[in-house]
Design a binder for this molecule. Structure first.
Ligand SMILES: [Fe+2]
Length: 505
């Protein structure tokens, strides 16, 4: 057999396995390496194998899926930067013919139109929302990719138009093999039901109960559950980190599935979720159809002098670490570390003013562009040429604030002038407790509540580890606060050091 060059993120067993899940697909991986694989399985040239691949989008904890057989493929809930699906289709010798949206999605821009523009595939989604594009499907509609049958089941609750898609390998059995559950059923969690206001929460929670208990659980214990999100997603509260699960496993272990209907509805009604302002923008873009971009944005490098001219009309997004930011930054810039962008950009950045990135050495511009593209920030325009070193070497004025260890914090607490600001998620406040005397404002809610923080006192911001604290402090610095400190290590370090906390309900 002839040795082929292939990307190193391919494992030989993916080609020897009749059906595989690949949670670690890396579209940005190097294009070649010296790994040897076996030719017949790699290059059958017919695309006849039944393949299911999971394509995760880090940060969003979003999962899309690629399923193919008989030379055709469907993509479920594609992301906007859709090269991963096109590469898979090329490598597997298949044509993407179908795109399914399990629901309108709220936390990212769905890439259906982008992928359709590159493939000609048809787009399908539920009927109970009026989309400006694509085709509506209803309960019982079926699609065939050769031996694979894809059957639509309507599973409202998270949203009214939510659908799940049942996969059956007709060549093997009439039994369902897998189900794409969207945001109805996750591993260890169920979709949030708070999008339609408190007055409708019980109603939509009851719909979700019906969807899960009457449509998904009866598919059979052996059915693979393929949800649209994994651990860390803002679309659930406590999604587990199980990469693969089944209906039977969830029935045995899922904390919601042992509840009665009344208990389930009550639990969903009482759940707390934050609602970032960008969700409304995503909802609008996903119903109207997001602009097709065809590629990642071409970023313009801005020289320091050019930046000075546009600074007041732009949003400066500093993607460096909290320690770098505290040590020196462009005044008025916002500190969001690069991995925090999917979760926090949507609380702070507007869709109107241009966004300019500031990094140390501009190593992460592509990664951050991808994150912002997925959130619909098509107003990302450029970056600081030469990075922050170019800025401080130019003699420009530099902003900075203090960083404290938890021991510094304990010492400073004796000072009556100190205002201690806790910016953690309320769930972590309840779980781990608070430092006595601290004032709590969730970091994402600072834009509406920063007036609660006195400007004439020393303010120390703490979070879980020191990253959200930097974001909070940078936001306050932009509002004119001058006596700021970020507590490095946050509550994690505070507890590690053995300092006492107050528990709150
Ligand atoms: Fe969702």
């Amino acid at each position: 057999m002839r040795a082929l060059q292939c990307p190193d993120w391919y494992r030989t067993d993916q080609f020897l396995t009749r059906l595989s899940l690949a949670p670690s697909l890396r579209p940005d991986a190097p294009s070649s390496c010296s790994k040897t694989i076996l030719e017949p399985e790699f290059n059958s040239g017919t695309g006849i194998l039944m393949i299911i691949r999971k394509i995760p989008s880090e940060g969003l904890s979003h999962y899309s899926y690629f399923i193919s057989a008989a030379g055709m493929a469907a993509v479920v809930d594609p992301r906007r930067d859709c090269e991963a699906y096109l590469e898979l289709a090329r490598e597997l010798d298949v044509r993407i013919t179908h795109i399914f949206e399990t629901h309108r999605n709220e936390d990212y821009v769905i890439g259906s139109l982008e992928l359709a523009s590159r493939t000609g595939a048809a787009i399908y989604h539920g009927t109970r929302v009026s989309f400006a594009y694509g085709n509506a499907v209803k309960e019982g509609d079926t699609f065939r990719l050769g031996r694979i049958e894809l059957r639509i089941i309507e599973t409202p609750g998270h949203t009214f138009e939510s659908i799940s898609i049942v996969v059956t390998d007709r060549e093997v059995s009439d039994l369902p093999y897998a189900v794409f559950t969207g945001d109805a059923l996750f591993a260890g969690d169920t979709g949030r039901t708070d999008f339609f206001g408190p007055e409708r929460r019980a109603e939509v929670s009851a719909l979700l109960y019906e969807s899960i208990w009457k449509k998904i659980l009866p598919l059979g214990d052996g059915t693979l559950v393929l949800p649209a999100h994994g651990a860390g997603s803002v679309c659930g509260s406590a999604i587990s980190d199980h990469e693969v699960t089944t209906v039977g496993y969830e029935k045995q272990t899922h904390p919601h599935l042992s509840l009665s209907q009344g208990e389930f509805i009550q639990k969903k009604v009482n759940e707390h979720h934050y609602l970032p302002p960008y969700f409304a923008k995503m909802e609008q873009m996903n119903q109207e159809g997001a602009p097709v971009l065809s590629h990642l944005p071409d970023l313009r490098p801005y020289l320091v002098d050019e930046l000075r001219d546009i600074r007041d009309r732009s949003q400066m997004l500093d993607i460096r670490s909290p320690t770098s930011f505290a040590g020196g930054h462009i005044r008025g810039s916002l500190s969001i570390w690069k991995d925090g962008i999917p979760a926090f950009a949507g609380w702070f950045l507007s869709y109107d003013q241009p966004i300019i990135l500031v990094d140390d050495f501009n190593c992460y511009l592509g990664e951050v562009s991808r994150h912002l593209m997925r959130l619909g920030y098509d107003n990302l325009k450029g970056y600081l040429a030469g990075g922050f070193p170019a800025y401080f070497k130019s003699g420009s004025p530099i902003g900075h604030f203090e960083t404290w260890s938890v021991h510094d914090l304990v010492r400073e607490r004796k000072n009556d002038d100190l205002f201690l600001l806790d910016v953690r998620d309320i769930a972590n406040v309840k779980k781990y407790g608070m430092i006595a005397g601290a004032h709590h404002i969730y970091v994402g809610e600072l834009p509406g509540k920063w007036g609660e923080v006195p400007m004439d006192r020393q303010v120390a911001v703490y979070c879980d580890a020191g990253f959200k604290g930097s974001l909070g402090a940078s936001y306050l610095a932009g509002k004119g606060y001058s006596r700021l400190a970020n507590v490095l290590g946050g509550m994690g370090a505070y507890l590690q050091a053995g300092y006492p906390v107050e528990h709150v309900q």
